[in-house]
Write a protein that binds this ligand. Sequence first.
Ligand code: ATP
Ligand code: MG
Length: 418
Amino acid sequence: MCGSADPCRSKITTSGEGAVKMEFHLILLRYGELSLKGKNKAEFEGRLIRNIQQKLKEFPNVRITKEHGRMFVELNGEPSAPVMDKLKEVFGLVGFSPAIRVESKLESIQKAALQLVKNTNGIQTFKVNSKRANKQFPIPSLELNHRIGGYILANAQPIQVDVHHPDLTVHVEVRSKASYVYGNDIPGLGGLPVGSSGRVMLLLSGGIDSPVAGYLALKRGVELQAIHFHSYPFTSERAKQKVIDLARILTRFGGNIRLHVVPFTEIQTEINKHCYESYTITIMRRMMLRIAEALAKKNQALALVTGESLGQVASQTLESMQTINAVTHMPILRPVISMDKQEIMTIAKQIGTYETSILPYEDCCTIFLPKAPKTKPDQEVAEKLEARLDLERLIQEAVEGTEVIELSAEETDEFSYF
Ligand code: ATP
Ligand code: MG
């Protein structure tokens, strides 16, 4: 490991005030391997590695390696801070720590530990936690803790040891080829690597809830495509652009996303012409689900995802959901079903969709909003009203007229086709 190319030699840079700063060599990754065994574990790790590689594409020297059941990002001279910013958007990572790799000699380990302390801002207390995987190393772990701790105390005043609640734990792992020195764990997003749980279709409106629902579905490892129902000219081009922007934000967490924009104008017009006003929302939602199911099947997606939250609006009562749900046998995932608006908004702000979601462009659900929508719509009534519509033709034309927009995680431009 520390051979002729000498990856153990730290790159020393000097910051503005003349303080010597040591760049990290690698980032140690932690992931939820405990519950995984055999084939699942290999698949999980393979998927995670590919997702990280994709995410770190702009850093050409970076390599992902596995050693002793550990996964590392080898920085090979790339800066650690922007790489870690990217890792914060990768599902499947529980946490990570930037690490310094040195030869397995006491003096080198002590110097690296001191550098770590000096490079970590705002700490007053520390402790050392050493592990001696290489039993040939002459100093036992406890003594190693003391000798490293003593060196830090002598060279990084004012600082104190606190073994119970330290601001920084200096982890030291002594192995035969090299030793690793790293600090506190930086939390990752957790969850499962995107792509490990099959494909779903997210019904993406321009609101606050559905992007959050998409994010939470991604957290459980699904690959995401999105559907938006667009009623041009009742809804503007800017309303559509807003949804493209929201889907693009989700690519940060979900990789490439295919967005289907369904022409919904004729369906809405027909519903308003032929159905009771109080049932327009129910029937519109039933139409959305039918079309979403058709597009999901066409794109090999196994479930639909919505941003519904129980009791939030008239169409989100249990009775209403039952009547709307009755048109499909596909599983519908509702990740925000039990969340209050405030909780959903907190996540929207964290993931960066909130500011776009609150832009004031109208959605197709708001333009024909009935004065008194049915909170307990009856399935038979809905079916009778739908008998007045040419359902099959309307659905087929909507599916055939759907515009497909491919959003790539790296590019800022999208390209679309029908
Ligand atoms: P959101 O903030 O996601 O718009 P909402 O509280 O406004 O949610 P509704 O408008 O009742 O809720 O919509 C419920 C769900 O139906 C949305 O979360 C979304 O999944 C789906 N949906 C609504 N309108 C559209 C649309 N125009 N295109 C695609 N899906 C939609
Ligand atoms: Mg909405």
